[in-house]
Design a protein around this ligand. Structure first.
Ligand SMILES: *Cc1c(COP(=O)(O)O)cnc(C)c1O
Length: 387
């Protein structure tokens, strides 16, 4: 019997995680101590990047990335409409304009052909960069996007909030992890409780580029530096300089300790998610009216979300809810949010994302979902669809 509602995602906190937090609370530092660089190091090893900047949430990480990439008022930046608001908002924080380009109907990622069409139809230099979101955990073939970006002199900001642990295989046969920065300039992750690993609230910006790294680190802490090599005047050891108008986007040591502990199970948990996907897919293969998610042979999808497409989405959503299964709809197209409509975006502009939105539903997907719970969810979905 299922007595507690099953949500679409939930955090997984172990006794070891709790101990790591308690240990930090008893230590000398609650913030700006050794747990933060330790977390940055562990995370950069996990995603194979050189530099990582831990911050208080991914929205801050996106903002820092947009600053480091040099987004200025009036700059035009391309963005996918199938994402959480922050992916585009970070461009607006810097005064840039967001141009939404439609998604691919199979992967739900920003469509490569439509991207090319958009770039070809504008004078060269119109667009400074693109924000690409590894939606649901599906990693872009970033090598292909990089070719296009290079042709037009654009940067790539990758929002991999859904995709730590995911990778694609490039033309050299290498596994390119989201965050490695082999093809994107900066990659951002979130540690909100519904994401793969959590720090309560938290985020990370990863890059191979030292300049971007230093800029993001500076802006994370008020634009203040203590680095004697960078100070403009000499004084005692107390002396620091505020060199830019930065922010306080710091994460705490308490959170970073939790993150490092969580990270130990991250790889295993992606495998568990993929096993849950295998079971869902198997259960739904022969069911008329359910489209299961696509995954190409050259990608390793991290499945932050398990999204099906169904004809009567509202009906299924309500039926599941009556039966204590809290499936979720992600996302309402960002270009159609009232805020973004003021810039001239309107219904009908991007038909594929609108079609996707009408039918999408994310079923429960998290590592502690039990076999009994998953079977119950499958049973309820089948009951509704066969009615
Ligand atoms: C969760 C999420 C964010 C924002 O993350 P926060 O840590 O809550 O600021 C940004 N982009 C995507 C794709 C997300 O899923």
């Amino acid at each position: 019997m299922i007595n507690k509602p099953i949500s679409y995602g939930r955090q997984y906190i172990s006794d070891e995680d709790i101990q790591a937090v308690v240990d930090t609370l008893k230590s000398d530092y609650l913030t700006c101590g050794p747990a933060i660089p330790a977390f940055e190091k562990a995370f950069s090893e996990y995603v194979h990047c050189k530099y990582a900047v831990a911050v208080n949430n991914a929205t801050s990480a996106l903002h820092l990335a947009a600053i480091a990439l040099g987004v200025k008022p009036g700059d035009n930046v391309i963005c996918t409409p199938m994402t959480f608001a922050s992916s585009a908002n970070c461009i607006r924080f810097c005064g840039g304009n967001v141009k939404f380009v439609d998604i691919n109907p199979k992967t739900y990622l920003l469509d490569l052909d439509k991207l090319k069409e958009t770039l070809e139809s504008a004078p060269k230099g119109t667009y400074k960069g693109m924000v690409l979101v590894d939606f649901a955990g599906y990693p872009h073939n970033m090598e292909e996007y990089r070719k296009v970006a290079d042709e037009y002199g654009m940067w790539i900001l990758e929002d991999a909030c859904h995709a730590p642990g995911a990778y694609f295989i490039d033309s050299t046969g290498e596994k390119v992890f989201c965050g490695s920065g082999k093809y994107s300039d900066i990659t951002v992750f979130s540690f909100h409780p519904v994401k793969h690993i959590t720090t309560g609230e938290g985020g990370m910006a990863c890059t191979q580029n030292k300049e971007y790294y230093e800029k993001m680190a500076l802006y994370r802490t008020h634009g203040i530096t203590h680095d004697v090599d960078k100070l403009q005047r000499k004084d005692g050891l107390w002396y620091y300089e505020m060199q830019e108008l930065g922010y306080n986007y710091r994460i705490t040591d308490i959170q970073a300790a939790l993150g490092t502990s969580q990270l130990k199970r991250a790889r295993k948990n992606v495998e568990i998610r993929r096993e849950l996907v295998r079971k869902y897919n198997e259960a739904f293969t022969d069911i008329e009216g359910i489209k299961t998610p696509y995954e190409a042979d050259d990608v390793y999808h991290a499945y932050h979300l398990y999204i099906i497409q169904v004809e009567d989405r509202l009906g299924l959503y309500n039926y599941l809810r009556e039966n204590k299964v809290y499936a979720q709809v992600l996302y309402y197209p960002l270009n159609l949010m009232p805020y973004y409509k003021q810039f001239g975006n309107k219904e009908g502009d991007l038909p594929i994302v609108e079609e996707y939105y009408k039918h999408c539903l994310a079923l429960p997907m998290f590592p502690t979902l039990t076999e009994e719970q998953q079977e119950y969810v499958i049973c309820k979905v089948k009951e509704f669809v066969s009615k």
